[in-house]
Design a protein around this ligand. Structure first.
Ligand SMILES: *[C@@H]1O[C@H](CO)[C@@H](O)[C@H](O)[C@H]1NC(C)=O
Length: 312
């Protein structure tokens, strides 16, 4: 038995099917001779295929290279000078640039608010409690993933030459923010803090040392000592970190290296949070706590410190 369906174009009807009884002779397989159509110039088609294949391979390889250049591998440093709040060693993600820009570096200090020890432990606002923060990705490098998408980490990390003509093929370094102090705290010893439930917890305020360890690693192990250009950028708490540390960085890097800062927000001078139920409801109060309680005064620009008139 054979069957066929008829669809009439434009009729919108799909039900005009018909079943047809077939006689026995129709059940025999029919031989159909198809004349093979050979292209007139076979070599041309081969050449076209090769070109197509090479082009596709090229696109694939380029896509893979761009994808590889857009992801950053985690590097954990010695932790000799600095650490995250929980004592874990400083970490960063690195994505190597193109050969032609091998001596150009864009470093980004990630942000994420600040913390103090002198407030209610359950406050989760721009300023939270350091004991709480130490258990989150903002307080430990243990929670840093092995691989990150650099382009998601910072808008300045973009491997598209059209969108990012200056930095698209530079080396990218994304620094894991985990000290709660805009990379400025500098307490030699740990603080043993007793939580509201009576449990003691060790906390470390070594945010500036975190940068010391990371740049030491970049200089000694990743080739930054050959840098012609280093741009240090950051957003929010990272932006403030740039302002607080760029003079130190300029002195640390080799003389031949051009160092410049690209802070992207972070100095929220008159920022208040009227809804926050905490005495650290303003930027100024939070910064004051960090500056006075974590020995940040010794890690920032000493000329600024000398020039600063005490409040009256
Ligand atoms: C503050 O930092 C300075 C400079 O690094 C250091 O000599 C001093 O011991 C630090 N003070 C405390 C209390 O950690």
């Amino acid at each position: 038995m054979l069957a066929y369906h008829v669809y009439r174009s434009g009729s919108g009807r799909r039900d005009s099917s018909k079943e047809v009884e077939a006689d026995e002779s129709d059940a025999e397989p029919r031989r159909i001779t198809v004349k093979e159509e050979r292209p007139a110039l076979p070599w041309m088609s081969t050449a076209a295929s090769v070109v197509l294949l090479v082009t596709m391979l090229g696109i694939l390889v380029t896509t893979l290279i761009i994808a590889a250049m857009a992801s950053g591998n985690k590097h954990v440093t010695s932790g000799k000078h600095g650490s995250c709040l929980d004592g874990s060693p400083p970490a960063y993600h690195l994505s190597q640039g193109a050969m032609r820009s091998i001596d150009k570096w864009l470093v980004h200090l990630s942000g994420g608010g600040w913390c103090t020890l002198d407030q209610s432990e359950d406050t989760k606002f721009v300023t939270d409690h350091c004991a709480l923060r130490a258990t989150t990705p903002y307080g430990t490098s243990r929670l840093a993933p092995n691989l990150v998408d650099m382009e998601e980490s910072s808008a300045y990390f973009n491997r598209d030459a059209k969108a990012n003509p200056l930095f698209h093929d530079w080396n990218y370094v994304w620094i894991w923010y985990c000290d709660g102090s805009s990379y400025s705290s500098n307490l030699k010893d740990k603080v043993v803090y007793t939580k509201e439930d009576g449990q003691p917890v060790d906390l470390y305020f070594k945010g500036h040392g975190l940068l010391v360890d990371i740049f030491e690693d970049l200089l000694e192990n990743q080739g930054m000592n050959g840098a012609t250009d280093v741009v240090i950028s950051g957003c929010s708490a990272g932006g403030l970190g740039v302002l607080l540390n760029v003079d130190w960085l300029g002195k640390l890097l080799p003389e031949k290296t051009f160092v410049t800062a690209l802070p992207d927000s972070g100095f929220f001078l008159e920022w208040f949070a009227p809804a926050a139920n905490t005495k650290y409801d303003s930027y100024a109060k939070t910064m004051k706590w960090i500056y006075e309680s974590t020995n940040a005064s010794s890690a920032v620009n000493q000329e600024c410190v000398r020039d600063c008139k005490p409040e009256t």
